[in-house]
Design a protein around this ligand. Sequence first.
Ligand code: PEP
Length: 245
Amino acid sequence: MYFVANWKMYGNTADINKSKSVIKLANLKKYKVSKIIYCPPFTLLSTFCDKVKNSNIFIGAQNCHSISEYGAFTGSINAKLIKSTGAKYIILGHSENRKCGETDIIINRKIRSATKENLKVIFCIGEKLSEKRKKNTYNVLRKQLINGLKGIKKIENIIVAYEPVWSIGTGLVPKNSELIKNIGNIKKILYKFKKSKSIKILYGGSVNPKNVKELAKIKEINGFLVGGASLNPKKFIDIIKKSII
Ligand code: PEP
């Protein structure tokens, strides 16, 4: 099981210390098989990498510039710079960035540059509420997957995070039957277009200690991308514990 903490635009150096209890948990035999990944803002990547050195925790970024070479792009961070911090993962295609104009083409370029640096990509896809209402979820997911992964050869470096946009930060979670159907479709699309049967699929959207037990019953889910609740170590630990029985 993967547990990815997306800190979004929160967190300072002092907050890194709050992960102490999570580091302790991650080193316990029972949880060693799971992958716990913190994705803090860029400003904390190096310090966080130092903090988790020799532990069972990994660090990831939340985005990168699409250009893989160094260059005159004031204020931007590319995959090469992220790699140099010690981070091993990166979240790409998050709906909060798609909302700001990130297209499938840009996301595809970012995935290419991240895989070139051997970063593992947590590739977010998901339908908006209006698309769900129009029964267009399948087509949206298919388009995002095909366009985002076009030409990507290192498919073993990709983890897909299914995050319905209407579920992020809203407290709303799809019914298990809906998740099973959508994740099943994602797997079929990935098999058809990438010949892959082994890509891990995470669920993200308002995961919390109260709803995680029900979500963890879905065997097709390989883990959770957790936003809000991951900022609170007690809640994050609860989510991990309740998912691994
Ligand atoms: C996210 O930002 O990817 C996310 C899932 O957020 P939240 O858990 O707060 O809904």
